[in-house]
Design a protein around this ligand. Structure first.
Ligand SMILES: C[S@@+](CC[C@H](N)C(=O)[O-])C[C@H]1O[C@@H](n2cnc3c(N)ncnc32)[C@H](O)[C@@H]1O
Ligand SMILES: [Zn+2]
Length: 262
């Protein structure tokens, strides 16, 4: 299933490396992931979420606030009984790890090496690699299911790697997602815009919303802030506003779309 990012030939695992027939070789890291992101494909030295954001994500998610979402994603996929699942933009593997407990061959990748390193260090079941969704080092029509959870959209690549009849599950922030957090940070708060569900080559089977409230403590809220783009947009002033605001319930609002590849 994995292919060489240089020549496109299939990759085989040999001892502590993945090798192709064209003699390109990619070492397994100490944590067990492989870096398949060519240097030429990196726009910056360390693309994707940085180590600090990933640490916030790991701490926040391990508190369980998004476990209903994780359960829902697994439940949706279970109906398709996939042998192989590819989790695109998997970050620290919160969803990937659970998928790997339920399905035989689970792969997770992210453009952030820090994220993949952490995922591979804790989850020994899924196969993790560093790559971009816009050039996935996976052969065409080889995957039974693809997930995109709050991660960049690469419609053509998702279509290419999925076999016919395969499932595509995406999770997007709903209109009210984290609205109370935004109310603390911004003067005016606009609802999140949910993009169109039209996807070429895919048929939408269902669209569901999952809405509930959770109440993070001060640390949990700081981590939640640190893993979102708000931290970049509002910086220190945002952190101060957040620290001064009383603990309050926050809305989790997810949109889950399930497609089949036609
Ligand atoms: C909002 S996070 C969501 C991560 C994870 N799916 C989750 O929900 O916990 C988005 C992730 O996409 C990754 N990312 C950004 N650009 C990417 C790309 N071109 N290819 C793959 N991953 C990318 C980031 O590094 C980050 O880990
Ligand atoms: Zn090669």
């Amino acid at each position: 299933m994995l292919i060489c990012p240089h020549c496109g030939k299939s990759l085989q695992k040999k001892d502590r490396a993945y090798v192709c027939a064209g003699r390109h070789s990619f070492d397994l890291s100490r944590q067990g992931y492989v870096n398949l992101l060519p240097v030429s494909a990196r726009k910056t030295e360390n693309p994707g979420d940085n180590a600090a954001m990933i640490a916030c994500r790991r701490r926040f998610l391990s508190g369980g606030a998004y476990s209903p979402l994780r359960e829902k994603v697994c439940e949706i996929l279970q109906a398709f009984r996939p042998s192989s699942v590819l989790d695109c933009g998997c970050a620290d593997g919160y969803y990937t790890e659970e998928l790997a407990k339920r399905f035989p061959c689970v792969f997770g990748f992210d453009i952030s090496r820090d994220a993949v390193r952490l995922a591979a260090a804790t989850d020994k079941k899924a196969v993790y690699f560093v790559a971009s969704s816009f050039r996935i080092p996976v052969s065409s029509a080889s995957v039974d299911a693809v997930t995109r959870i709050f991660a960049p959209d690469a419609p053509e690549e998702f279509l290419r790697v999925l076999r016919r009849g395969g499932a595509f599950v995406e999770v997007l922030p709903g209109e009210r997602h984290l609205s109370e957090l935004k109310e603390i940070l911004y003067e005016t708060v606009r609802p999140n815009r949910v993009p169109s569900s039209v996807r070429e080559g895919m048929k939408l089977l269902s669209e569901e919303e999952l809405i509930y409230a959770f109440t993070p403590d001060a640390d949990g809220r700081r981590d939640l802030y640190g893993m979102t783009p708000y931290a970049y947009k509002t910086g220190k002033s945002g952190e101060e506003k957040l620290a001064a605001a009383p603990v309050c319930p926050v809305t989790a609002h997810f949109v889950l779309r399930t497609y089949v590849r036609i």
